[in-house]
Design a protein around this ligand. Sequence first.
Ligand SMILES: Cc1cc2nc3c(=O)[nH]c(=O)nc-3n(C[C@H](O)[C@H](O)[C@H](O)COP(=O)(O)OP(=O)(O)OC[C@H]3O[C@@H](n4cnc5c(N)ncnc54)[C@H](O)[C@@H]3O)c2cc1C
Length: 396
Amino acid sequence: MSDDTDLARLRSELRAWLAENAPRGWRAVSNHAAFAEAQRGWFLKLLEGGYAIPHWPAPWPGGGRTLAEQRVIYEELARADTPRLLLSFVSTYHAAATLMECASDAQRARYLPAILKGEFWCQGFSEPGAGSDLAALKCKAVRETRSGGDVYVVSGQKIWSTMAQYADRCLLLVRTASDGPKQAGITFLLMDMKARGVTVRPIEQIQGDEEFCEIFLDEVEVPVADRVGEEGAGWAVAQATLASERGLTLMELSYRMRGALWRVSDLIQAQGKAEDVAVLRAFGALIGRVDSACALADRYLDRRMAGEERVGDASLVKLTYSRVLREYARLGVSIGGLAEQLRAPITFGDLNTGNWMADYMNSYAWTIAGGSDEVQRNIIAERMLEMPREPKGWVA
Ligand SMILES: Cc1cc2nc3c(=O)[nH]c(=O)nc-3n(C[C@H](O)[C@H](O)[C@H](O)COP(=O)(O)OP(=O)(O)OC[C@H]3O[C@@H](n4cnc5c(N)ncnc54)[C@H](O)[C@@H]3O)c2cc1C
């Protein structure tokens, strides 16, 4: 299905399905258990409808969709004001891409069906001393034979792990060697979050949410069978995870933002500003910026699928998305004024809390997540435009 008529049919079928099935009142959820339950329920409902994993290949249920079809799906899901799958995006994007590209047949056979039963995953990459410089990670894994068989014994700490308090499994980067180049000593493991020695501590945020966690690992035994790729080859495997984060995830987010433009037009109406030329001009400019973010994400994915990706392409998409998202939320804050900022409750984090001020604050997270804006600018300047490298440090 790819031409305009087929896409129009998909759009109208999905609209009809959403009219029947879209969850209502989901922002009213006020405790963690209900939030997780609602997220799992919506994921399984979308799966049943054939709209949960359009980016997976056929014959997975609802998989094998073209990029054009995926865009229609993301836009319509946002247009119908449905919640983003916050607890499933690591499993259905990052984990699935990693498993499909780099895992063994046995790992794929075990873990992909589990994801479709509603298993949640988290990503354990960052550490207190390893974020932008991810290869500096220290979480240590030593291979041993114990009563349970061949295992890696893992000790260390991870941080900023999104929604890890709900996760069943973790994409974990560990250090198995310290001599030689930093990247060469990294290994990629799939860790059971219920394993002995795993402690998850949610980080309380200033706005009351607990979107991220610290994960403490104390001699956690991870079976060698749950290693993806060879020992020491984890850096290359992590590139598959990160490519998904910077590619398909950003396309989904860009199209969701386009699908959610109705929130701004509704707000303009509600505030009686439909004839305010300055407001309309700002809205028109925003629409253009959102369209350009979508076009950039499209071009990136087309290039990537044609094997023509250039260094820095993903950074341009990420940088543009984070900037336009901020403009989107800031326009809502400025049109809505104080009354609007105080109207809606702040709920469990999303780009789309129903509260413009919360959305604006959350938009700043995207200047850091998946690689900070400064780091993306360095990649574009130094590696894409071949400008002089920045000094590595100041010498007194
Ligand atoms: C919403 C969100 C979700 C996240 N989810 C996860 C997750 O699920 N799993 C996970 O593992 N991690 C996650 N992270 C962590 C994220 O990957 C890191 O925060 C990010 O890589 C930055 O690392 P850092 O926080 O250690 O900051 P640092 O690397 O210490 O950077 C601090 C500041 O210095 C700047 N800086 C650093 N190096 C340079 C340089 N060379 N040149 C110029 N400026 C520089 C940065 O831009 C930043 O402003 C998440 C973060 C956010 C915000």
